[in-house]
Design a protein around this ligand. Structure first.
Ligand code: CIZ
Ligand code: SF4
Length: 304
């Protein structure tokens, strides 16, 4: 068994030696979260990466997240400890498909979820996150928009903005999309006092059961101020660790079968250490793609 204390110490020492900052996504396993300098959502972490003086960023997450950090910090070395960690949803649309989607609907803006490759962001009009998707679409002031790759986030936006027709790409997150209303209702029966929190990557019929539909950062904020003491949390299981730390006196329940993203779980604490020690897993984005993707991310950031 790994001596976790020794591993954390080794990672901190290597981080100093390499002038590196370690970032972990909210869906990483507990020990990777605990060894990171910062834990958060993909955009929040990428903004931290852009602000720090550190010259190396180790991004414990999946490929599009490390790419997003690189898009915002072209002069930094961004390392993905497990280079095979991808996102099946991001892979559901290529840049060529995004261009064809736009060509099939001339004149409509393409809004793309940050869970997408840099190449897709580069051919996008504006990006969004699960936290700001509704605001981003509203800011366009259009009666029709294209939305990729998540059909469920698109449906969530459409439900909040009935005046806008959202034409969605048929992508989805396998981890969130597999949740059925019956799975949530079972937990509601076991924990009748719990608030139900779902993520907008869930299907519309699942979100219809929720007390609040929130991004990971939204859930972390919500549980602190909510009057509820118990929560059923319908998102990737890694977030339960952060929620328990955020509100130590409250109780959090995942659903069954467990929501585990196999790509997120490819990263281990040993791989974080190895990336720092060997400087492996560098994420590279060609400059023309990066600059075009940056413009789509910047437009989103200005929505506020
Ligand atoms: O953008 C992120 O970090 C993801 C994947 C989820 C969320 O709700 O924060
Ligand atoms: Fe992609 Fe879903 Fe895994 Fe997030 S949880 S990285 S959206 S497959």
């Amino acid at each position: 068994m790994t001596d976790l204390y020794a591993m954390h110490a080794e990672i901190r020492a290597l981080a100093i030696q390499r002038d590196a900052m370690v970032l972990a996504h909210n869906y990483q396993c507990a020990e990777v979260q605990d060894t990171a300098h910062h834990v958060g959502d993909s955009l929040g972490l990428s903004k931290i990466a852009a602000r720090t003086d550190a010259s190396v960023i180790v991004f414990a997450g999946v490929h599009f997240m490390a790419e997003t950090a690189k898009i915002l910090s072209p002069d930094k070395t961004v390392l993905l400890p497990e280079p095979r960690a991808g996102c099946p949803m991001a892979d559901m649309i290529t840049a060529e498909q995004a261009v064809a989607f736009k060509a099939a609907h001339p004149g409509l803006p393409l809004v793309t979820y940050v869970n997408s490759s840099a190449a897709v962001k580069a051919v996008t009009d504006i990006c969004c996150t699960s936290a700001n998707a509704v605001e981003v679409v509203r800011s366009l002031g259009e009666s029709k928009v294209l939305f990729a790759p998540d059909r469920n986030l698109a449906a969530w936006v459409a439900s909040r903005l009935p005046e806008v027709e959202v034409i969605a790409w048929d992508g989805y997150c396998p981890v969130h999309d597999m949740v059925t209303p019956a799975m949530v209702i079972e937990m509601m029966d076991i924990h009748p006092l719990a608030e139900i929190l779902t993520h907008p990557e869930c299907r519309p019929e699942v979100n219809a059961l929720a007390d609040a539909v929130l991004s990971t950062s939204g859930m972390l904020r919500h549980v602190v101020t909510s009057s509820a003491d118990e929560f059923v949390v319908v998102t990737e299981r890694g977030l339960l660790h952060g929620l328990a730390k955020e509100a130590r006196d409250k109780r959090f329940y995942g659903i069954e079968p467990k929501m585990l993203c196999s790509d997120m779980r490819l990263t281990t604490i040993e791989k974080v250490r190895d990336a720092l020690r060997d400087m492996t897993g560098e994420v590279v984005v060609p400059e023309d793609v990066r600059a075009a993707a940056f413009a789509s991310v910047e437009r989103m950031v200005h929505v506020g």
